[in-house]
Design a protein around this ligand. Structure first.
Ligand code: BV8
Length: 245
């Protein structure tokens, strides 16, 4: 096991030499902003419900009011939260490398609020709703309605997120897949790597001999180039990494 400092210095050298850096984030990067992750035992969203029960078309069809209440609560929490140093470090990194593709599984919008441009939202956003009839996207809606309806056609609105069993937005997935194939460095930050197809992105990068960093709370901190793993908090580690670039 290497020291964190040694791993950070080695990674910083590869970031300095990189033409294209790709980053995939998961719930872990928002944990230090106070937003519960999916798997944290004490606060994990999934400890209270089966993902198929709420985050799925069947769950919504079965009880749309319950699903809307769950997403409304998460949207309020996300709006009240602040980006943390991990989000800001990634926004800063984009100013130090020729090209950075930021891909997130998160739907909280914190990367955008930290100043990251062009965030690829693989799983949609809490801050948009979609008309079930005409597919129109709405940035605001009647937040007090138990079941919000489309202001244009009156049909039921749904959260503009990707549920289990649903295809990811094709353009977003294509951009993410291409970045994983083309990048020199791929950093997976704060994700347990369970949900597909996002979970395959680091593997694609590794198969193309990119330098790959996996940073979460399950890893051992070590360097087996081109794979680097760090056990640490994004809000503490990423600012140190970006400062070393
Ligand atoms: C698809 C939006 C093709 C909604 C999400 C059966 C039927 C149908 C499909 C499947 C099936 N079996 C498998 C599948 C595929 C399925 C899947 O992968 N299921 C899993 C459960 C096995 N995938 C899909 O359905 C995808 N679509 O495959 O389409 C298709 C089409 C039709 C039919 C068949 C196939 C769609 C998946 C998208 C689902 N939507 N989110 C919402 O949020 O409500 S997923 C949601 O969960 C997140 O977006 C994210 O992707 C995932 C949670 O993962 P993480 O972000 O990693 O969070 P987690 O809590 O797990 O981990 C946190 C990590 O952070 C940990 O590692 C921890 O150590 C670390 N951490 C904590 N604190 C910190 C930290 N790290 C750093 N610093 C810290 N401070």
């Amino acid at each position: 096991m290497e020291t964190l400092e040694a791993v950070l210095q080695a990674l910083a050298g590869r970031l300095r030499a990189a033409r294209h850096v790709a980053v995939l984030t998961g719930a872990g990067i928002s944990a230090e902003s106070g937003i519960p992750t999916f798997r944290d035992a004490q606060t994990g969203l999934w400890s209270h419900f089966d993902p198929e029960a709420l985050a799925s078309p069947a769950g919504f069809a079965r009880n749309p009011a319950l699903v809307w209440r769950w997403y409304a609560e998460r949207r309020v929490k996300a709006r009240a939260a602040q980006p943390n140093p991990g989000h800001y470090a990634l926004a800063e990194l984009a100013r130090h490398v020729p090209r950075l593709t930021l891909i997130t599984q998160n739907i909280d919008g914190l990367h955008q609020r930290a100043g990251s441009p062009d965030v690829i939202e693989l799983h949609g956003s809490l801050h948009r709703a979609r008309c079930m009839a005409d597919g129109s996207i709405h940035d605001t809606w009647d937040y007090d309605a138990e079941l919000p309806h489309c202001p244009d056609c009156g049909a039921l609105l749904r959260p503009d997120v990707v549920w289990f069993g649903e295809m990811l937005p094709p353009a977003a997935l294509e951009t993410a897949w291409s970045a994983a194939i083309e990048c020199d460095v791929f950093m997976s930050i704060g994700t347990s790597g369970v949900v597909e197809p996002a979970a395959s992105l680091p593997r694609v990068a590794l198969s193309r001999n990119a330098t790959v960093l996996i940073l979460n709370l399950e890893q051992v901190t070590t360097a087996r180039p081109p794979l680097f793993t760090i056990n640490g908090k994004a809000g503490e580690v990423l600012p140190r990494l970006v400062a070393a670039v």
